[in-house]
Design a protein around this ligand. Structure first.
Ligand code: HXC
Length: 514
């Protein structure tokens, strides 16, 4: 064949394979409000940057009449491209081909691009839209999942791994996203569960829809499996691009520095916290009064909102923020907020992102519910994560810093590099009311006017302990600062910490309270 004929033949083959499961299956995909696998990749990556590999891979299944079935690309598209000019490895399961089910060769395509991402030290994005293990391929499908999970674990903490759930992600398939760093879900499209509604009905006799069982909201608000919730696929892709712009491409790199901008004037840092310490406020306003251009990219916004985590830039460089949210449960620490914060702290530490902690919380949430859910174990995760982190760690104590929470929220004792407190800070073993009731119980009970005595003792306690100066006198707080100094103190502390170097005891790995 002449070169011209060869090229024509190649083009024809490519067009044929790129049809995926064919027009009818593509129409069905569109009718479900979903883009195709190829459209998704092209929408996420920079224009004309996608390069596909293994287009002509074919499945090897021979049972259940599979030998006569053509599965284009074996139900998954893999390749490389760029986002904001930075290289990315990507795969997208193609639901139009055998429901995106995972057989041996489908898995091999995925593991090949995963190996590539790890070797080249670039982020990996996986788009999940699949009926799970390809039933006709039996143990080969299970083996394929195992190979993926193993690589997810190897790559963890080395390259960023993003999972995008854009359809069903059923059975064992859910464990790859669960092993990755960030999971993106889209309303009405994402469905994640171990056991589907039909099995639940036959085993437990319970009726439940896929949406109620494992829809996007469930995983964003209830389970905490998802980190970013979007109303449409395009909004989801914007979130992916924003995140990729904020994080480094591997654990030896730093995030790209951009031209710094001052925070917007509308955020007035000294007007946000109410004079009455019992009143709530939105910690997001404080964060935005500190960050460049008042931008803050929140992670897990809908889960455990009593703590706020996310990325913002300081002098053009990405920082991770961990902040109690006084407007939800007074910002208390509980099982879920501890999990949420601890995982984020470890992410920042793995990827060289300095951590800024904003503190205003009354401690750990009391009650049998929390105790029985394991607040001891979950709460310990924050202590572990901060203690272990060696990136620059700076704390601003805004208001309440009570009890175990004072220690947990990146205190000096867990090796914070800098601890600054506002004059409104209250650093104490517990809140003044609780403390006065316990310590002065006898005096209060025997007083002529117990209520007046209680108030007097509360005031005494406040004056003595509920301020930043006792901690500052011990050097636990480095400086008491005025609110307007917060950004400049942080910028200075970050620049001083730029070459921070600490060594930890040699070990294979620690044993965190998982
Ligand atoms: C083979 C599959 C498949 C699968 C779907 N298909 N799932 N083929 N193996 N797991 C095929 C269908 O036969 C159909 O092929 C096409 O994909 C589209 O599927 P539909 O059912 O028509 O689509 P829809 O109505 O949208 O329903 C989607 C679905 C449903 C909810 C995902 O297909 C489903 O429940 N699939 C099984 C999900 C599941 O239980 N998976 C877990 C497997 S066990 P045709 O040729 O008709 O177009 C598992 C364990 C792994 O994953 C453990 C690893 C550790």
């Amino acid at each position: 064949m002449s070169l011209k004929r060869n090229i024509q033949d190649l083009r024809k083959r490519k067009i044929e394979v790129q049809k995926g499961g064919g027009d009818k299956a593509i129409e069905k995909q569109a009718a479900m409000g979903k883009l195709t696998a190829r459209e998704r990749i092209l929408a996420i990556l920079d224009k004309n940057s996608f390069h596909e590999y293994d287009l002509f891979v074919e499945h090897l299944a021979r049972d259940f009449n599979m030998e006569n079935k053509v599965l284009h690309g074996d139900g998954v598209i893999t390749g490389t491209g760029t986002i904001h000019g930075s290289p990315i490895c990507i795969y997208a399961q193609d639901f139009t081909v055998a429901g995106g089910s995972l057989g041996l060769m489908h898995a091999r395509k995925i593991t090949k691009i995963m190996d590539h991402a790890l070797k080249m030290r670039v982020p990996l994005i996986g788009i999940n839209d699949s009926g799970g293990a390809r039933i006709q391929e039996g143990v080969n499908s299970l083996a394929g999942y195992g190979e993926i999970f193993f690589r997810n674990t190897l790559a963890s903490g080395v390259i960023p791994q993003l999972s995008v759930i854009l359809g069903p992600c059923a059975g064992g398939a859910v464990y790859s996203p669960a092993l990755t760093d960030f999971v993106f879900v889209v309303e009405n499209i994402s469905k994640m569960f171990i056991t589907g509604p039909s099995v639940i009905k036959s085993v437990l006799g319970e009726e439940i829809t896929m949406e109620e069982l494992g829809g996007a909201r469930v995983h964003s608000e209830v389970t905490g499996n998802a980190h970013f919730f979007a109303k449409s696929e395009l909004e989801c892709f914007d979130q992916i691009k924003t995140l990729i712009g904020l994080i480094p491409r591997n654990n030896t790199d730093k995030a790209v520095k951009i031209e710094p901008k001052e925070p917007l004037k509308k955020y007035k840092i000294d007007k946000i916290v109410p004079n009455n310490a019992r009143l709530p406020y939105d910690i997001n306003d404080i964060i935005k009064s500190i960050t460049d251009n008042s931008e803050f990219f929140e992670v897990m916004e809908l889960y455990a909102p009593n703590i706020v985590i996310g990325f913002g830039r300081m002098n053009g460089e990405t920082c991770g923020f961990v902040a109690n949210q006084p407007k939800v449960l007074a910002g208390v620490l509980d099982c879920d907020s501890s999990d949420k914060a601890a995982r984020f702290i470890r992410y920042c530490d793995s990827f060289n992102i300095p951590i800024i902690t904003l503190e205003d919380m009354p401690g750990y949430l009391p009650g049998a519910d929390q105790e029985h859910m394991g607040v001891i174990r979950h709460g310990a995760k924050i202590l572990y994560a901060y203690s272990e982190a060696t990136v620059p760690k700076i704390t601003i104590i805004i208001r309440k810093a009570y009890g175990g929470g004072y220690i947990a929220m990146n205190s000096r004792h867990l090796r914070a590099d800098f601890v600054f407190a506002w004059p409104t800070a209250e650093i104490a073993v517990m809140g003044p009311e609780g403390a006065a009731n316990i310590v002065f119980r006898k005096e209060i009970e025997s007083a002529e006017d117990p209520e007046a005595m209680r108030q007097q003792k509360i005031e005494e306690y406040k004056t003595k302990f509920a301020n930043p100066y006792v901690a500052a006198a011990k050097g636990y707080v480095d400086q008491v600062i005025e609110p307007f100094e917060t950004r400049s103190m942080l910028l200075h502390a970050l620049s001083v910490s730029e070459n921070k170097s600490v060594s930890m005891p040699r070990k294979k790995h620690g044993i965190p309270p998982f």
